[in-house]
Write a protein that binds this ligand. Structure first.
Ligand code: UDP
Ligand code: MG
Length: 320
């Protein structure tokens, strides 16, 4: 008998009690279509405060393909992805959201592309941002435009975290054990041949989004700091330019005073200049501070997540 290849799906969940059963049903339909594979579903409970963990326990009880990990508190989606990838044992590993915004049906196409086209990874990007506030879309576009100009890792606009990877790619991602994890950047940074599937944005099936505007803004700044040192260079360039401007104006003022003998005038312009340059200096020190704080957190070598509970049939097999 031919041994079936294993596909693991890693699904981070944070307060998703309403979406979890819907996801499970949709996922089961996909497993029926891909009968040449065996499956494992790894749910990662990211410190939910609702009934998410109970739902997971119930699913694991019912279906031996389901395993779950539960964190001691909310560590964020990036940490949940990392934990899930560590736990996954599949020859192929998919990463997807539980809210059905990453349609599980796409897995069928993704798997076919992966095996038939000789790529290492099939990723998805949404071509529309339908159903999203316009201001949020605007800032998202700006962010992708900016980060692709200042970073070496390719970060595709509209790219979702939803992707199917071979074991080789997963191992490469796991070898990056940094604390400040920006998955979109890490996926691009490890390289490998990636095929992009495009699809229309789907709205959440149930529950609410966990991302406020501020959380997204902080996340994107983290992404820039994690994948580019350009802001540091920009700070130095601005400093240098201001030195030149300062020197030129100094020369002009000396010449003027020598020729016209008109030493004191224009304190408002001076006050404005002091405030402007002071602000600029603080801004640049702030940039430096961002990098310093990330270095500080990184040197502490704290674990990326803390596990409180894990379960599911296969998890028990592993422990035995
Ligand atoms: N998520 C998580 N931890 C968090 C926030 C979100 O594990 O701190 C999970 C969430 O349960 C979902 C996925 O990450 O499966 C994407 O979150 P969401 O749908 O809220 O983001 P959006 O699709 O709105 O960008
Ligand atoms: Mg979502």
């Amino acid at each position: 008998m031919m041994v079936k290849k294993l596909l693991s799906a890693v699904v981070p969940c944070y307060n998703e009690e309403s979406a979890l059963p819907l996801f499970y049903t949709a996922f089961c339909r996909v497993t029926e279509q891909l009968s040449e594979l065996s499956f494992e579903l790894i749910f990662v409970d990211d410190g939910s405060s609702d009934q998410t963990l109970q739902e997971m326990r119930a699913l694991a009880e019912k279906d031996s393909r389901v395993r779950y990990l539960s964190f001691s508190r909310n560590f964020g989606k990036e940490a949940a992805l990392y934990a899930g990838l560590q736990a996954a044992r599949g020859d192929y590993v998919a990463v997807m959201d539980v809210d059905l915004q990453d349609p599980p049906e796409l897995l069928v196409d993704m798997y076919r592309s992966l095996t038939q086209e000789g790529v290492d990874c099939v990723a998805t990007r949404r071509v529309t941002r339908k159903g999203e506030p316009p201001i949020r879309s605007f800032f998202a576009r700006m962010f992708y435009w900016l980060i692709n100009r200042i970073s070496k890792a390719e970060i595709v606009d509209g790219a979702r975290d939803f992707r199917l990877m071979t074991r080789q790619v997963v191992d490469a991602i796991l070898s990056i054990s940094e604390y400040n994890r920006f998955s979109k950047g890490i996926f691009g940074w490890v390289g490998f041949r990636t095929k992009w599937l495009e699809y229309e944005n789907v709205e959440r099936a149930a529950g609410t989004t966990k991302w406020s505007f501020w959380k997204l803004l902080v996340y994107s700044l983290d992404g820039i700091v994690a994948f580019s040192t350009a802001p540091l260079a920009i700070a130095s360039v601005i400093g240098f330019l201001f030195c030149i401007v300062g020197f030129i104006t100094l020369c002009i003022i000396i010449m003027k005073t020598l020729i016209f003998g008109d030493p004191v005038s224009g304190w408002p312009s001076l006050a404005c200049l002091i405030v402007f340059i002071g602000g600029l200096q603080l801004f640049c020190i702030g940039i430096l501070g961002q990098y310093l704080s990330k270095t500080y957190l990184e040197t502490k070598r704290r674990p990326i997540y803390i596990l409180k509970e894990q379960g599911g049939q296969q998890m028990e097999d592993m422990q035995r």
